[in-house]
Design a protein around this ligand. Sequence first.
Ligand code: ZN
Ligand code: ZN
Length: 354
Amino acid sequence: MKALVYHGNKDLRLEAVPEPVPAPGEIKLRIDYCGICATDIEEYLYGPKFIFGDAPNILTGKSVPLITGHEITGTVVEASGDGVAEGDRVVLNTVLTCGKCHGCLTGQKTQCPNMATAGFARDGGLAEYMVWPASEAIRLPDGVSSEEAALVEPASVALHAIRRSRIIAGESVVILGCGTVGLLAMQQVKAAGGHVIAVDRRRISLDMASDLGADATLDARDPDLAAKLREFNDGAGPDLVIDAAGGKDTPALAIDWARIGGRVLLVAIYTAVPKFDFNSLVAGEKEIIGSLGYERRDVEEVVGMIDTGDLRTAPLITDKIGLEEIIEKGFDRMLKPKKDVFRILVSPSGAAHT
Ligand SMILES: [Zn+2]
Ligand SMILES: [Zn+2]
């Protein structure tokens, strides 16, 4: 079968590989759609970072070369006898954990140091087929299309972050960076009863934020931005600032914007290592919270939110392409300095459901 294989820094190859064979307890999926994520681009440009390079992952024993792609939805073509059945459309909990560490034993699976994820520590979904533990496949209801479901993975990242933010109804929340994860987080803040101010440099992002329910939008280049943000919350400033932008200066901006006693949630991946004056945290009694990945319950809840209409993912699908077009129509477009896309979905089997 054809697959996009990560061999190393700036070395991605579309090549023929053997079709995977499910181990006991695993299912085989035909991939209907796999999204291209900013993390894939970061691994290509700056990796191996999260993808396992020289030292293999402890759970899977795997390292590069690995089939990349982690925003996956597919149809079961070989079931294992338990859980999902042949013909079921599914999404995956792509985060496998060890079950033995402090994080796993205390119900904080995203804190498992042995975490293994699809496309980073096991073969992922930019391929015609993949195999995965049957226990970590979640069946899609009829009301959720396969296209919409291709964004369940980034939506689960966003939902896990919102849980960690300890948001309560009525809070003022700034979303800094209205790309795919930012706009999914924004809708989850709205669903939790928050008041959202969306901030981005790109017009396309601010327009999309308005369409998806932002209460206010502000241009990140506005010289009076900090003063305008302070006006929210009766002049106290925002209770919570979510950095989904991942820029060199965005965490410092987020900390500056949060009200005294407020919270900052970081859900981006940073490539720069800036200097920072920690007195700004001390003096304002502010908190910084990190969030990585998600758990099965996040995936299940996201599927439910799409089904009920509380979460709209379809507007974030910019294009759908075939696997053979992935470099020129996928990666090259995502790499452009003036990126004009949210998600590009790849249909490796070319036989996707709708
Ligand atoms: Zn992703
Ligand atoms: Zn663990």
